[in-house]
Design a protein around this ligand. Structure first.
Ligand code: NAD
Ligand code: TYD
Length: 340
């Protein structure tokens, strides 16, 4: 693929902004167009350092807006699309599923249709391990594991994956899908577990643990995920799915205790709260396909990644302070019926 013009959607979010920074740094001649609606999760502060790059172009808009999407395809002649744009939080999908279907399903279809009409060399759909459902105490998700989503979020992401597959099989659109495990790192919105714990503990606020705290997630540092996406974009085989994981399974309660210990905070901040409905017990990814076929593997140890992440939140209180002061308070009040 000769890549001159790349559409990235949802680039003002957590993973998208990390991807854009990494991509612009290593590809000096490619125009990167970031289409983002700037929902509560989108934040241009996360991209301040790339704003002046002449190859970076930002458009505010909705991926479900067919006329805007069509105009951008017409103007920029995209060679490839990386679709990060999504509603991404399971708890929010339980509170209000509609927008998850609007963006994650209808939005993805709008992009697929534009890509079909105008033609692209590659359409990379960014998906998640959550589409596979929940694991018991052993085993890992492989690309061949049947999808079996449990939350409105994961159901909407699985639907998008099926659409991407269908556009490949039926219309010959060259789509690829990556499914990654839980990411952590700089610029993650503090509603997700790791940044929520860091930010709450730093303020001596309660850290909520859902259920018995024994759910397991397979954590990967965001930059390792972004490198995997770059690898699949350039070298992945069209029509294929690639699992990406950190090979780093941690029980939630152990993660919480580790973060408190690193911050020198007492375990009395931990509070067991009512479990999330339909809470998936365990995720674990088998990444052997991308490792063997494309030569990717995570570079950052959990120790290094966590140290970098905690340092970033300690040094960037301005970034998260603005977030937790307003909109997030409303969300928390709505969810738990009380102030944080
Ligand atoms: P995020 O919530 O931090 O960011 C999502 C971005 O999409 C925001 O900038 C938001 O403004 C934008 N957006 C939302 N709706 C939009 C719309 N209709 N049109 C245009 N832009 C819109 O999410 P994230 O954690 O960065 O996740 C990015 C992608 O990676 C998602 O597709 C998610 O499903 C997937 N993923 C996330 C994880 C994780 O651990 N965070 C793991 C695997 C896969
Ligand atoms: P989260 O970051 O929401 O990611 P996901 O649900 O997509 O895996 O949650 C990670 C794990 O942490 C999940 O098992 C739910 C749990 N959790 C808590 O125990 N307390 C919290 O306040 C949050 C947000 C999550």
């Amino acid at each position: 693929m000769i890549l001159k013009s790349l559409l990235v959607t949802g680039g003002a979010g957590f993973i998208g902004s990390n991807f854009i920074r990494l991509f612009l740094d290593s590809h000096k001649e490619i125009d990167l167009i970031n289409l983002d609606k700037l929902t509560y999760a989108g934040n241009l502060e996360s991209l301040r350092d790339v704003e002046s790059n002449l190859h970076y172009h930002f458009y505010r808009g909705d991926i479900s807006d067919a006329s805007l999407v069509g105009r951008l395809f017409h103007e920029w002649h995209f060679d490839a699309v990386v679709n990060f744009a999504a509603e991404s939080h399971v708890d929010r999908s339980i509170l209000g599923p509609q927008v998850f279907v609007d963006t994650n399903v209808r939005g993805t279809m709008t992009l697929l249709e534009a890509a079909r009409e105008f033609g692209v060399d590659r359409f990379l759909q960014i998906s998640t391990d959550e589409v596979y459902g929940s694991l018991g105490p052993s085993g890992k998700f492989k690309e061949t594991t049947p999808i079996s989503p449990n939350s409105p979020y994961s159901a909407s992401k699985a639907s998008a994956d099926l659409l991407a597959k269908a556009w490949d099989k039926t219309f010959g659109l060259p789509t690829l899908i990556t499914r990654c495990s839980n990411n952590y790192g700089p610029y993650q919105f503090p509603e997700k577990f790791i940044p929520l714990m860091i930010v709450n503990a730093m303020q001596d606020k309660v850290v909520p643990i859902y259920g018995d705290g024994m759910n397991v997630r397979d954590w990967i540092f965001v930059e390792d995920h972004c490198r995997a996406i770059e690898t699949v974009l350039f070298n992945g085989k069209v029509g294929e799915v690639y699992n990406i994981g950190g090979s780093n399974e941690v029980h939630n309660i152990d993660m919480a205790k580790m973060i408190l210990a690193r911050l020198g905070k007492p375990e009395s901040l931990l509070k067991y709260v009512t479990d999330r409905p339909g809470h998936d017990r365990r995720y674990a990814m088998d990444s052997s396909k991308i490792e063997v076929e494309l030569g990717w593997k995570p570079c950052r140890s959990f120790e290094e990644g966590m140290a970098e992440t905690m340092k970033w939140y300690l040094q960037n209180e301005k970034w998260w302070g603005r977030i937790i002061s307003g909109e997030y308070q409303n969300y928390y009040r709505q969810q738990y019926g009380k102030e944080r």
